[in-house]
Ligand binder design. Structure first.
Ligand code: ZN
Length: 143
């Protein structure tokens, strides 16, 4: 129904991107791909790329910018660590409607603006075995 064809990125909750950057760049050897704020989620996100150009795995480090950010709540409860898996989709609005109609629990019934002007939505972790699942449609791919 979602038609996942890849993993778009892996989201990792951190208290401080600056403090973790050395691990990802110097220890892991990942390539830093910039940082941006995502106001809809009250987070700052930094991307790191692992693997050959064109076939990289993207790691998304999420740092809360406000105590009422959902990521701040996650850090409070669970501490730093893997936060979500994201799958790229085509036609996010139609997919969300279908999922909602099927009775699946969603956190976002409407897509929100994510990093790189993508449109994103989260499914409820209780609907997916405890793994917070994001679906995202990259900018310019709306159908
Ligand atoms: Zn994400």
């Amino acid at each position: 129904m979602i038609g996942a064809r890849a993993i778009d990125h892996i989201g990792i909750a951190v208290r401080s991107i600056a403090n973790q950057r050395e691990f990802y760049e110097q220890v892991l050897g990942a390539r830093y791909d910039g940082v941006e704020e995502v106001p809809s989620q009250k987070v700052r996100v930094a991307f790191f790329l692992v693997g050959p150009p064109g076939a990289e795995v993207r790691l998304e480090l999420l740092e809360p910018t406000s105590p009422d950010s959902p990521v701040a709540g996650f850090l409070e409860k669970r501490g730093e660590g893997i936060h979500h898996l994201a799958y790229p989709v085509d036609g996010i609005d139609a997919i969300l409607k279908k999922l909602k109609d099927s009775g699946l629990r969603l956190i976002d019934e409407q897509a929100r603006v994510g990093a790189h002007h993508s449109r994103i939505a989260f499914l409820h972790p209780r609907a997916s075995g405890g793994v917070l699942t994001e679906i995202c449609e990259p900018e310019g791919e709306a159908k």
